[in-house]
Structure formats: structure tokens, C-alpha cells
Design a protein around this ligand. Sequence first.
Ligand SMILES: *Cc1c(COP(=O)(O)O)cnc(C)c1O
Length: 335
Amino acid sequence: MPHNRPTLGQEEENMAINVLQSGWLAQGTAVERFENDMCDFLGLPQGSAVAVSSGTAALYLALVALEAKGTNIAFPAYSCSALRNATALAGGNPLLIDSRMDSPNMNIETIDHATNIAIIPHMYGLPQDFSKHPCKIRVIEDCAQALGASVNKTPVGLQGDAGVFSFYATKLITSGGQGGMVVSKDAAMIEALKDYRLFDRRSDAKIRFNFQMTDLQAAIGSAQLRQFSKFLKRRAEIFQQYQEANFPLLDASAGVQPVRFRAILRTTKQEDIIAALARHNVSAGVPLQDWELLGPKELYPAAYYWTQNTVSLPIYPSLTDEEVNLIINIVGNVL
Ligand SMILES: *Cc1c(COP(=O)(O)O)cnc(C)c1O
């Protein structure tokens, strides 16, 4: 049993075949349609989304659009290396932030006035509310793990200056393996992103790069989004079964609405649980290892703590009740 498995079927096949038969593969109607499908899903006016080739590209372009070069950019030590890479490529100065002890999300209370831009991920589908933050900072919400979550009824992606999404194979939905999107309520920001994306046949000498999504990817993304509420429902059912087995799962703080992207145990028995599951060919793992932290572990004790005290269990729509019960029995025995 893999730790993760994308949910792909007839809808994805049909949409992909339509694109192939149309003969139009790049920056065509399927890309625009996926962008507008995302706008509809998030309750944004159409035209407020820009599809790109990956979540990393989305982060980088959002930083470029916020004129990040030479500015101070805060992001968590406990997160995907994409944040460090995008910051460096955009010419920003990284300011690493530790996690909280009650949540693997970054401790936004330690962000101060030295920060110009903060990249705030919602780890494992658990959204972070930063609406009451006292500092005047620009915010990029990293929603790669939290599509469909919300804070006080506002969908994640709309709280800050820009929201970025990833449609990599293991995320909540995929656009056929790779893909990303930036959304924003700010029309000037969308304009800047689209200007960057359109790199060919330009009369100015501005440096741009090709970060475009293909129509084949976009068509698969739209097919996934159409089934997304069904996917989320099944994920929530599995999460609830783990909860009913009294598993010590990480959960969202009050007032925010999570999505069940990951089922993360908070446990000191990391090795034992992973080994017991492996004996039954169930793949579970440490969601983020200490050597993956974006700064030295001595400086980020909470981040280090989360690398040592978490196990990620399988949770995805195609997991059967039988498979869930097997996991519950094995993990229950160790706990
Ligand atoms: C996956 C992920 C990214 C990067 O997205 P890609 O599409 O893989 O480039 C960025 N941030 C977070 C929190 C992620 O989980």
C-alpha cells in the first residue's frame, strides 16, 4: 500500500483525449478554462488566476510580481525547499521562522517589522489565520497542501496578496504530474504575472522565462477539480476513522476549516510505527526529516521537534475501508 496514490479515471482520460484531438496543445482554451474553474471554486472573479508549470514557479512568479529582489522574505524552516529556492531565485534575503510547539505551522508571532514579504504555508491541510497580524507585510499564501481549506469562511489563497497552489502528483489534485497556479484579488498583480508568462515575441528586453502550463495538464486539472468535493469527502471519512481509533492526530486550531491532505500522528514512537506498517507492506513515513529543514536544527527547536515526533499515514480517496482497518489495527497495536 503506497503512502500516496493519485485518483485518476475516465474523466481525466476523456478531457486529455479532447485536447489531443483538438490539435491545440499550448496556452489554449483548456488553460484558460482551468484558471477560471479555479476562480469559480475559490469564489474569485474569472481572470484572477494564472496557471504555470509548478508550485515552485508559482511561488517564484508571485515573488517577482511583489518586487521581492533585495527585500527580506520570511518563511518557515519547517517547509518545502521550494520556498528557499524561489526566494533565492527572486533575489530575496531569507528570514527563517521556527514552527509553533502546538502546530507544525510557522509561528507568525515571531515575524517582525524587518520583514517585507512573508510566505505562509498551510502545512498538511491545516490552515493558518494571519488576519490579526500587527505588521504591515505583504503575504504570499502557500496553499500547495491546503486547496479547499478556509479561515473564517475565506478560502485559503485569498487572505494575502497572492495565493499559490501546486498540482504535483501527490497533492490534493494533480494536473497530470506537475503544475501550479497563482491567484490574486489584485488586478495589477495578475497583469504582472501574465506579462511575465508571455515571454515570446516581445519588443522590450525584459528578462522572462517559460513557466507555462500545457493544455493537456490543464484539462486533467479541470477534471480533477470537478471531482474534488468527492475526493475531500472520502479523505474526511478516512480521517474520522483514524480519529475514532483515538489516534493522536494533528488537527486544525479553532476557527479554521482544514482539509484532510495528511493524517499526521504526533508520537514518540516514530520508528516503531513505520517499521510495523512496513512489515505489512504499508508505506508510512516521516513527513519532513531533520536533514530537510531549511536551517540548522539548533536554531529551530520546534521545527526539529516536529521532524522527530511525527508519522504520516496513508490517506487518499482510493484507499479502501479494508486498507484503513489494517492501518488502524497495526498502528493501534504499537500505540
Ligand atoms: C509541493 C509544495 C511546493 C512546491 O510545489 P511544486 O509543484 O512541487 O513545485 C511548495 N510549497 C509546499 C508547502 C508544498 O507542499
